[in-house]
Design a protein around this ligand. Structure first.
Ligand code: UD1
Length: 428
């Protein structure tokens, strides 16, 4: 078992460089199999979700070479096994992007229903509706989603909810379908634009990504490309909150400030200083911050993937804040852990009421999912005393080298590996 031990109270000071965007890379790696030639993909984050994607690609016969720590060469020419079994799919949500990519490439796909963070019910009905609209036959057989589509035809797909995953999956399937596909009520997240740019650089014809109507005119074939993934706006946002929570002064480099507008404006509203530059953002924490109201929304609204981090910051702000989670059913599980550190939070359904306290105190806590883990790190950095965070594998799914990046900013954080035999069994 691995845990982080944090001695809180240090102000974060200095510069940190953000890695490539997890959610963009997790769409772009499967998309590379649509090409008839090898693709070079740069600025890929070194995180465990990417390791899982590479394993899935290898298992299909796709060759993946690491050219340097953030550049991959993906050669799909020997792809022969269009299947993703449960053992490979269970670790991450984005394994379902292989459905769209394989359907587009080989006209058939069998992918186990996905794993990923447990944030409540996460249906895939909109993905299946989109595949069917393109003419694919869809079946669920013993936990596997099975798609067959000998001749995919462009179609109009009007999503019932705004969904990042289904927007990406149907783009992947439609890029080589015959004729025009129109996605209505599409998600507008930066990684959707990044995927469209990547596919277009391979010869696809996609317009409108970043708006709620995306038009995809099918092409017969796609060629190799060299492409650099956008920076991770959630990693950047997490460092912004860390700087504010510790009263620090941090220059966060390799960011696209436009992607962070919702986070920037909230931080400014509660009293932090945020300065935007071309490709960096500086955050200065200025004493005790003020209460606010947050409601998570699809992009360009406040991102649900920043909700646990900002809620943690509000636990030490002055006054009573309200946080409404409107994307996922069950994204407040980390609150029990924060309470162990002295936070005063009451959750009622999708709304958390946060009464600011003057200080959190270190405690032993457990990461329940990726962003919950990031939130507990923020709490540990801001708290007095020592915080031990268990189950850090969740954090390493999505944050590259977070321990060293934080040490570089002056945090007192260490990863400790405890042999499993020393872990006492749970008393039920
Ligand atoms: C993606 C991101 C995740 C982020 C989320 C919302 C990846 C790999 N993950 O997840 O980090 O938190 O977007 O920004 O990019 N829904 C349906 N039916 C469907 C699909 C979704 O009802 O077929 C609902 C979901 O239950 C949820 C909402 O739509 O309430 C949004 O989900 P979606 O945008 O699809 O999230 P993911 O793609 O799973």
């Amino acid at each position: 078992m691995e845990k982080y031990v944090i001695h809180g109270g240090n102000r974060l000071l200095g510069e940190v460089t953000v890695s490539g965007a997890k959610n963009a890379a997790l769409a772009i790696l499967p998309a590379a199999i649509l090409s008839d030639e090898p693709c070079i993909i740069e600025n890929v984050p070194n995180i465990s979700d990417i390791d899982y994607s590479i394993k899935i690609l290898n298992h299909m016969g796709v060759e993946v070479k690491m050219i340097n720590h953030s550049t991959l060469r993906i050669d799909p020419r020997k792809l022969r096994h269009p299947v993703v079994e449960y053992d490979l799919a269970k670790n991450m949500r984005a394994s379902y992007y292989f459905l769209g990519a394989l359907l587009g490439k080989t006209k058939t796909a069998k992918v186990s229903l996905p794993g990923g963070c447990d944030l409540g019910s996460r249906p895939i009905d909109q993905h299946l509706k989109g595949f069917e609209a393109l003419g694919a036959k869809v079946e669920i057989d013993r936990g596997m989603v099975c798609l067959e589509g000998d001749h995919l035809l462009g179609a109009k797909v009007d999503f019932d909810v705004v969904t990042v995953g289904a927007t990406i999956n149907i783009m992947l399937a439609a890029v080589k379908a015959e004729g025009l596909t129109i996605l209505e009520n599409a998600a507008k997240e930066p990684h959707i634009v990044d995927l469209a740019n990547f596919l277009n650089s391979m010869g696809a014809n996609i317009i409108g990504a970043g708006t709620d109507v995306i038009k995809i005119r099918g092409v017969e074939s796609l060629h190799g490309t060299q492409y650099s993934v956008i920076p991770d706006q959630i990693e950047a946002g997490t460092f912004m909150v860390m700087a504010a929570a510790t009263g620090g002064d941090v220059l966060i480099k390799n960011v696209i400030p436009k992607h962070l507008e919702a986070v920037t404006s909230k931080l400014q509203k509660i009293g932090a200083v945020v300065e935007e530059y071309d490709d960096s953002i500086r955050v200065v924490g200025t004493g005790r911050l003020e209460k606010t109201t947050i409601k998570t929304m699809p992009h360009p609204g406040f991102p649900t993937d920043m909700q646990p981090q900002i809620t943690t910051l509000l636990t030490i702000a002055n006054g009573t804040s309200m946080v409404t989670e409107s994307i996922f059913d069950n994204r407040f599980k980390y609150v029990d852990e924060l309470r162990r550190m002295g936070a005063d939070i009451t959750v009622n359904g999708k709304v958390a009421v946060v009464e600011g306290v003057s200080r959190l105190t270190g405690a032993s806590v457990k990461a329940t999912d990726l962003r919950a883990g990031a939130a507990l790190i923020i709490a540990g950095l801001a708290a007095s005393g020592t915080t031990e965070i268990e189950d850090v594998f969740h954090v390493e799914r999505g944050y590259e080298n977070i321990e060293n990046k934080l040490k570089g900013l002056g945090a007192d954080i260490k990863k400790i590996v405890t042999p499993d035999s020393m872990v006492l069994p749970k008393v039920l």
